[in-house]
Design a protein around this ligand. Sequence first.
Ligand code: HT7
Ligand code: ZN
Length: 876
Amino acid sequence: GQDVRLEDYRPTDFEIETVDLTFRLDPAQTRVTSRIALRRRSGTKADVPLVLDGDELNLVALKINDVAADNECFAATPSSLEIRDLPETEVFTLEIVTEIAPAENTKLMGLYRSNGVYCTQCEAEGFRRITYFLDRPDVLAVFTTCIEAPTNDAPLLLSNGNPGETGELGDGWHFAVWHDPHPKPSYLFALVAGDLAVVRDWFVTRSGKPVVLEIYVEHGKQIRANYAMDALKRAMSWDEERFGREYDLSVFMIVAVSDFNMGAMENKGLNIFNDKYVLADSDTATDADYANIEAIIAHEYFHNWTGNRITCRDWFQLCLKEGLTVYRDHEFSADMRSRPVKRIAEVRLLKAHQFPEDSGPLAHPVRPEHYSEINNFYTATVYEKGSEVVRMLATILGPTEFKAGLDLYFSRHDGDAATIEDFLKCFEDANQVKLTQFALWYRQAGTPVLTVSARFDGRARKLMLDIEQSAPATPGQPKKRPMHIPLRFGLIDADGAEIKTSDIEGIDVTGDVMHVKRRAHKIVISKVRKRPVISLNRSFSAPINIHFEQGTEDLFHLARFETDAYSRWQALNELALRGLIAATGAVRDDTDIVPDEALVSGIIASLEDGTLEPAMRAQAVLLPGEADIARELGNNIDPDAIFEARNGVLDIVAMTGADAFDKVADGFTPSGRYTPDAESAGKRALYLAALDYLSRISLPADALLPIFRSADNMTIMAGVLAILAHRFPETAAAETALAEFELRFRENPLVIDKWLQIQATIPGQATLARVKQLMGSNHFSIENPNRVRALIGSFSAGNPTGFNRADGAAFAFLAGLIIELDARNPQVAARILTSMRSWKSLEPVRQEKARTALVAISEQPSLSPDVRDITDRTLG
Ligand code: HT7
Ligand code: ZN
């Protein structure tokens, strides 16, 4: 791909007012007739040609104002249609006929077939694989779609908007017309045709408009869509209450398909979902699956306002819809579930995915300034950091002011293709503030660092805090300007009470938020009678790293007394991380692992703390993972040493806390019928955490096998299977459990994905051979993205010791696979390849092997732009 730059943006010379599409569906030869009404923008000269986008297209016919076009006045290639000698009138029509082959579309972009169902994926640039068009988000048109298909092959014909005329065409064919009154960009177009079952319900909006809700799934799977339907209705009322957003069509449809490149897609009125994020029942879905379904159903629904009613001017503004919508779905889940537990999960995810991205060769600003392949910018930075930036805006402004800004955004920009500048201006105008410095969060990549030191002067009753901010260099951005960092803070006294502060100099403070804006702040907090314990970045108010030599005593104090539940976990987690880093050093120096006794007892105390909800207790004992330790170490990483060190610490925690873990395990009574609510899920999480620890001391594989066999829900079953497979690899008990699981669920690919994933993440050298063998099994198919992600994605991104083998065999394996996959589905291949983004932080031997594998990919002559882009940037 060529380099596209934000600074080069300019509006189109032509607008498209209406689009009338007719699809005559056929797996090998679908005929698409597109009639578009164009308007020359004022100021566009008559001799300016119209250049439409295409991708692997084949032009069959072209008419201009209903007259067949002369061959000399246009030039068609698979990737563009250029029309010269256009009518001189301001408005004119084109009729474009193309032919496409959905059954041969392995990229799953544009119109394709999934299990015999026709479906589309048009974001970001898939519509141009259907017909020639101005395929960019700032071209908004009113779409009418007529679908023709054989009735027995495709009894169901769906598109965006409201249903129109339907009827018979003869010869066993029928048709249906759909009209979407809301002007939309082409990336929100959707079509589904096939033989599917429906689950139907309804919703009345708060202004009294009835909406029919429909979820389409494969026949026989209707019952598994009930939870998604329930989540949808909850999301619809929540968006009305919290953000004042109502739905705007008479029908809202969701279709679940089994071949999908990402999670789901927010097409106007017709969301298309990866079936993984729709289908659930207690026999086949885990608590995590239910939580994901709830979040993703909500996310796509929320896009109806943040994405569809207000869309993006260009793809550089992707975070405008994604960051804001993730923020909205996070808030929704926090309200549906436990807010602190949700916040912990968000921060864990951010640190596991976004922080490494931001510190490696693929780092980019939340709003990138250039790209060569837009598909590679659906990243943790755009989504998750983008959401954190919106959260910071809410923290800086305060809830009322944030709401005022957002309300203004909804009213001012309804129907627009907007920019980040438009968005921020609404908050400025609604509150008479300037957000010039805050806007840097969108422009500067890299995770900022706050270096903090503190000194207490008891005589003067003053606490002195020195805070300095910096940000690491990132590709193309060697130097950074200071940002506006909202730092929630608190001071806790020796008894655990919150100290009120009123007299603070050297920094702006609103409520409990310090506004760090300069490179350096010298802060003096007066009238502090006794030495306080300082709590910084409460509730993770900013996505930053803090370097603060805070004594372990103080961290323990916070872990016990912090009034903010998230921050108690943060303190304990920081202590655990320090302990694990020290243990890794011990392994490398060949000395004993001796974790701080206070740390071990702190972890066990949290486990036993009956005042905490079970989910919180589970979080407390879930120590930082191998990837967290690697990230903290930063360079010269030896994944085997980390693994050994972490195991050593966990063994000691297990031995010391044996009674407490036993008590938790014995006290767990599956309370009859399974319910996926957060409270019950928390109890299961705690139980599984206890079993995991006990498996290190008193619960051998043979004792786990009956627990696995008697599990009456997928959360416990898959959880125990993972403990068996990971802790006792290749034992008879583990292999038996894996075989029984396979036998029971062999007809259910989504459950088999769990089986693939559990095996792909078995620690150690031997797993590569297992992955290769599983690739040969009939459960695996390189054609299905879910299977590829479950086996290959989990192995390369979720198995540090297995993937980073010192002999480089797994890197070489991945390189070969990426090359093979790239020829079918470049988008999925490129995404899997990002698992190599941190190769430069490995120790030298592994680093060299990783480089060799990347070079092998890069030397392939016919790489897709997607994989070329990731390979080149990763190699740096
Ligand atoms: N807006 C969507 C992102 C998306 C996508 C989905 C499926 C296949 C390819 C895709 N490219 C981009 C999903 C979302 O963020 O809500
Ligand atoms: Zn989204």
